[in-house]
Write a protein that binds this ligand. Sequence first.
Ligand code: MG
Length: 282
Amino acid sequence: MKLARLGKFGFEKPAIVISDTEAVFVDDVVADFNRETLSNGAIEKLRKIDLDNKPKVKISDYRLGSPLARPTKAICVGLNYAKHAKEAGVEPPVEPIIFMKAPDTVVGGFDDIIIPPNSVKTDYEVELCVVISKDALYLDSPKDSKNYILGYTISQDISERHWQLERSGQWVKGKSFPNYNPIGPWIITEDSFDASDVRLWTNVDGEKRQDSRTSDLIFDVDYCIWYVSQFMQLNAGDIINTGTPEGVGMGFKPEKYLKAGQVVETGIDGIGVIKSNVVDYK
Ligand code: MG
């Protein structure tokens, strides 16, 4: 099952995607996709719907919004691909590096990436994004994590490297500007997707910059969920950006940061493609 939210910003309605081009609105069954509804059996209710008896709409007639309404936590795993750690000039971590983004950075997968005023190092990061299905705290082992995954989507963990790495303090500063986390185009539920070895990539203006596989993750999805749950409670609708592979702008010599007018296309096999225009902050 694929879950999307279609409509103008702030007025999206929940829908189930039934083909590459068509969806069915389900707002009569589930008010929205958020912590409250997902904690209260939204997925079970959706599975009982007879989709054949509901009107179909063309996805292209709508804006694809963030497939989640206001995720309450946006947790990120840093340096989780060995080659990316190398291009960043550091040793691969011995434990997952966990940090947070402001959760209201999350926007739709086709919304603009905004270059902040005075930014000189805005960078892209394709990531497999895991969506949590229910409260998870202090899981016994990574084997238990599967029971807490709602599904997966594509994420761009946009980052201002100067703010992230060359100013003092935590990475959160370089990760939290408005629109810094396009996700989408939809959530594919965990029963329809095997995350263990899928290709993920980023193109900038058609040039392939990142092209790797999730099998190269140092700490896999199950391990990351278990690990995070040792320190905080995960809730339905929280997201975990599981890390980006090599090929970010920072890793090139000379560095290749984003500029207004460029187009960032991001894909994960089995989920789809998202695409954002890069614009200057106004
Ligand atoms: Mg990242």
